[in-house]
Structure formats: structure tokens, C-alpha cells
Design a protein around this ligand. Structure first.
Ligand code: XIL
Length: 371
């Protein structure tokens, strides 16, 4: 090699470096951005937190939560049985920690949930007088929503008040107070926490009959002059059976009524189950074959999970003007409630991070959609 060719080679390497390194640096930087960053102009990306996560005992989850999500929902600690275990006795020790975690990390905080038929303290179910139940609702909402006024971005004021056919669910609230309890709950929440968004949240409300029920609720509230800001479609769907068209039609139908749409509890069931939705009281009887992947999810299903999540997010992005948030119901597969519901002790794989807190193919699909 003569001196001239060495010189040319030298120039080539220098230029190559100049051109190559910025691209490389940019790529590295992009990969370091979490879901919340790549979707930051589209909608909030949330997750549900359990106690060890917001107490920062689960260090590996904590790292993921702070890197990937800008919105949090408490999986259980703001439910009535936790915050008001006995009549008039409130316990905010855990929910305060949850809210502090969100504030410290600059996250939007969702309150879940004020009025729900499930995870109620036992005394509520025994109330038979209208006055007493009305008093419970007033005190509960005033105390709980009032405590976090200005800190919580939005409340699931009412959770799961509908049957599958779109009629009102027969809870203690409906039985004792009649359907006006719904309007009442929203008005009470607006009084207790005036600047907080107010939501109705339910599963299967993408399906036409139940969707009509949700539309009835929105209209009932609007007609009574009560505020409702958004509808939460929970999004507990099944691998390979996601009702994309119903979801799209619902996003459009809700949005036409002037409310935002949120996907609030997203996870994809990969195990055998003979019913859809997320009625927590519903249980399955154990039988052979119901826990088919105790060691690992087969590659074909892992790929299917990734493409289903990708297709869902393409749909959400198409309607990003109507959607304000997409929240996953959990961080990593090992902590998902679907390991214990509707059957205890199964090995489920519904989320974006695996049992070792590693991102799955589905995670990269969602990141890549935005790169
Ligand atoms: C679930 C929690 O994830 C579980 O830990 C708990 O045992 C039962 O409730 N719809 C909802 C959520 O609105 O509050 C439920 O969360 C899941 C279904």
C-alpha cells in the first residue's frame, strides 16, 4: 500500500466515522426511550401497580415502571374494602403511598374505583335502607375522592355497572337506590374533587349490546347535568379472539357523545377459558389441560401475542385523537392477576414483560410501530 492509498483510507475512515457515529448514537438513544416516550404525542401509557411495586420492594419492576409508563392505576389499594374496611373507619396508609409514588415520579394518577359491586367491605352488602346507603355513598366519595383532590388526574367513579345484555347490573346500589345512584355518584365525585376527570369503566363494553348500555349511562348522566369525561374500555381480551371491529365501532360511538376513550386494563389471556370478560366473581372449575404452558409459552403463541398487540396499537393510533390513555393491567407476567383468575395457580403470559422482567417480542413490536 503506497502513501496515497493510506491517506485515502484514512480520509475514508474519518468521514465514515463522522457519518456513522451520529446515526448510531441516534439509534441507541431511540432504543433507550420507553413506551411512554415513543407514544408521548399519542396517549398516556399506563400500568396497574401492586403494593410491592409502589413500595419499591420489587426493584426490577420499579425500574420498568419508571422507564416505560407515565400513568399508574392502583390494582387494589383504592378499592372500598381497603380504604373503608368498616363503616366510617378509613385507612389510607397504602393508597397514600401509591399516590406519593406517582407524584414523586411525575406520573398521571388514576383513582380506581369509587363505586363497584365487588371488593366492597362486607357491611355495605348488608345495607337495606335507602338513607343508609345514600349516606355511605356520600361519605365514601367525599372522603376518598376529597383526600386526593388535585393529586389524582381521574377517577373510575363507577366500575362495571352493566350486564352483558346492556341492562343495569343488579348490585346493592341498584337494588336499594335505583338507577339514580349512577348520576348521584358522578355528582358527588365532581363535588369532592372538582378538577378531576370522571370515568365510567367496564369490560366487554366494546360488544354491541353492552356498548348500548354504556351509551345509556353516558346519556343519563349528560341529561341530568352530571359530568362524565371519559369511558374506560377495560380490554381484558383473548389471544386470537380480539374483537377489533367492535372496539373500533365503540371508540367512535363513545367519542361521538363527547367523551374521551381510554383502554384501562389491557392484558391478553393466552390460556384456555370458556368465557370472555373479567367478572372477578366468576371462577372456573379445575380440570386437566387448563395450565398447558407451566414452563414457557410456545414460540408460535409468543409471536401471536406480539402481532395481536401490534394490531391493537395500530388501531389505537388510528384513533389517537379520541383516545387519552392505554393502561396495561400489570407490569410483568409473573405479577398478572390472570395467574390466579379465574383459576388459581396457572402460568399466564398476558403482558409485555416476562417473568424475568425482560421485554417480550410484543414490547418491541409496540416500540417499533413508532420508530
Ligand atoms: C383485580 C385485581 O387485579 C386482583 O388483584 C384482585 O384480586 C381482583 O381484582 N376489573 C377491574 C379490576 O376493574 O379492579 C380487577 O382487578 C380486574 C377486573
Amino acid at each position: 500500500m503506497n502513501l496515497k492509498s493510506i491517506y485515502i483510507l484514512f480520509l475514508f475512515l474519518c468521514f465514515g466515522g463522522v457519518l456513522y457515529f451520529p446515526c448510531f448514537a441516534q439509534k441507541q438513544q431511540k432504543e433507550k426511550r420507553g413506551l411512554k416516550d415513543v407514544y408521548n404525542t399519542d396517549f398516556l401509557i399506563g400500568t396497574a401497580l401492586n403494593i410491592s411495586q409502589f413500595e419499591r420492594k420489587d426493584i426490577r419492576a420499579d425500574k420498568i415502571i419508571r422507564h416505560e409508563f407515565n400513568c399508574i392505576t392502583p390494582e387494589n389499594v383504592l378499592k372500598a374494602e381497603v380504604v373503608q374496611p368498616a363503616w366510617g373507619r378509613f385507612d389510607f396508609r397504602l393508597s397514600d403511598k401509591f399516590v406519593d409514588y406517582g407524584i414523586r415520579n411525575n406520573m398521571s394518577i388514576v383513582g380506581h374505583t369509587l363505586i363497584w359491586h365487588s371488593q366492597l367491605p362486607p357491611f355495605v352488602k348488608n345495607i337495606t335502607s335507602k338513607d343508609s346507603l345514600q349516606q355511605f355513598m356520600e361519605q365514601h366519595i367525599a372522603k376518598v375522592a376529597g383526600r386526593y383532590s388535585g393529586k389524582i388526574k381521574g377517577w373510575d367513579v363507577l366500575n362495571e355497572a352493566l350486564n352483558e345484555d346492556g341492562s343495569f347490573r343488579n348490585s346493592v346500589f341498584l337494588e336499594v337506590l335505583g338507577k339514580d345512584y349512577i348520576t348521584n355518584a358522578f355528582k358527588l365525585a365532581a363535588m369532592a374533587s372538582p378538577h378531576t376527570e370522571l370515568y365510567y369503566n367496564d369490560y366487554n363494553i366494546e360488544q354491541p349490546a353492552k356498548r348500548n348500555g354504556a351509551i345509556t349511562i353516558i346519556k343519563q348522566l349528560q341529561l341530568a347535568g352530571a359530568r362524565i369525561d371519559a369511558i374506560g374500555i377495560q380490554g381484558h381480551w383473548h389471544l386470537g379472539k380480539i374483537p377489533y371491529q367492535d372496539i373500533e365501532e365503540s371508540i367512535i360511538a363513545f367519542s361521538e357523545l363527547g367523551v374521551k376513550v381510554m383502554i384501562t386494563e389491557l392484558d391478553l389471556e393466552v390460556l384456555p377459558r370458556d368465557f370472555s370478560g373479567a367478572e372477578v366473581g366468576h371462577r372456573m372449575v379445575n380440570s386437566p389441560g387448563l395450565n398447558p404452558y407451566p414452563k414457557a409459552l410456545p414460540d408460535s403463541l409468543q409471536r401471536r401475542l406480539a402481532t395481536d398487540y401490534e394490531k391493537l396499537f395500530k388501531l389505537f393510533l388510528k384513533h389517537k385523537d379520541k383516545i387519552s390513555r392505554v393502561t396495561f393491567w400489570g407490569v410483568a407476567d409473573g405479577n398478572s392477576w390472570l395467574n390466579d383468575w379465574p383459576l388459581k395457580g396457572r402460568t399466564n403470559y398476558p403482558l409485555l414483560f416476562d417473568r424475568n422482567y425482560q421485554p417480550k417480542e410484543a414490547y418491541y413490536k409496540l416500540i417499533n410501530l413508532k420508530l
